[in-house]
Design a protein around this ligand. Structure first.
Ligand code: F6R
Length: 242
């Protein structure tokens, strides 16, 4: 079942997501936060930083687990998700570096890095998982066709996803990595609560398929139809096909 919230614009969407995040963080001292990269959560991250600065909301006992990381970019690359998370969130709040978990996209043994990440993730229950959605219906980097039973694994990125993400690489698709380490769909489904943020008309079809389409591996996000606590926060454009 989806709890769907529709707001006028990205700022209002970000405020709704932030409200839920703050409830979780203030309601449980050592909350485990599942975090995403991409454009969708950035507004919420800005609000978390502003709230931390003005109200002192603390993340010092939180653990964080990110969804995914590009393979082949060093952590220091300006488009690695490690850099993205530090620039957009971690540098502005008080979560200790040792509490932060992001898959290791530059590991010599990529398969082992996937096993290690899933093993660590399984020691905890994610209290709130933030998600965006790809225009092809992917969540994390689980592309269409990815098994619902998947755990953290290596994924070849589709042409569509690399095209969508080229905007972060000066518009040059050849610069976008071809592979990522990603939490699997089964890993994501273990979270107690899921908040999915989607804005813009290019997400409308994927949002429709997630909520009203058949539950099928060709729309990875449709697995969320089976989750007990999913809030989908949309602007009017992303909700336009509902
Ligand atoms: C990022 C991630 C991806 C994005 C999705 C939407 O960690 O897991 O699934 O959430 O590609 O990206 P944006 O928000 O940039 O439209």
């Amino acid at each position: 079942m989806f709890n769907t919230i529709i707001r006028k614009n990205y700022d209002e969407v970000s405020s709704e997501a932030f409200k839920i995040m703050k409830e979780v963080v203030t309601g449980k001292k050592n909350a485990v936060l599942g975090l995403a990269t991409g454009s969708s959560p950035v507004g919420m991250y800005k609000k978390m930083i502003a709230d931390h600065n003005s109200n002192g909301t603390s993340y010092k006992d939180c653990l964080t687990f990110n969804l995914d990381e590009y393979v082949g970019l060093p952590k220091s690359h300006d488009q690695s998700y490690y850099t993205f998370m530090h620039e957009n969130l971690f540098s502005g709040i008080d979560v200790p570096e040792e509490n932060i978990h992001i898959p290791d996209g530059s590991a010599a043994d990529e398969k082992q890095a996937c096993i290690d990440y899933e093993t660590e993730l399984k020691k905890h229950t994610v209290d709130i998982q933030i998600l965006g959605i790809g225009s092809d219906g992917h969540i994390a980097f689980n592309e269409p066709g990815c098994p619902f039973a998947s755990e953290t694994h290596l994924m070849d990125l589709t042409e569509q996803t690399r095209k969508d993400n080229a905007r972060f690489f000066d518009g040059d698709i050849d610069e976008v990595p071809t592979k990522a380490i990603t939490q699997g769909l089964a890993s994501i489904m273990r979270a107690s609560k899921i908040v999915l943020i989607a804005t813009g008309a290019n997400k409308a079809e994927a949002v429709y398929n997630m909520i009203h389409g058949p539950k099928t591996e060709s729309c990875p996000a449709s697995i969320l139809q089976d989750h007990k606590d999913v809030t989908v926060i949309l602007d009017e454009a992303a909700a336009s096909k509902l």
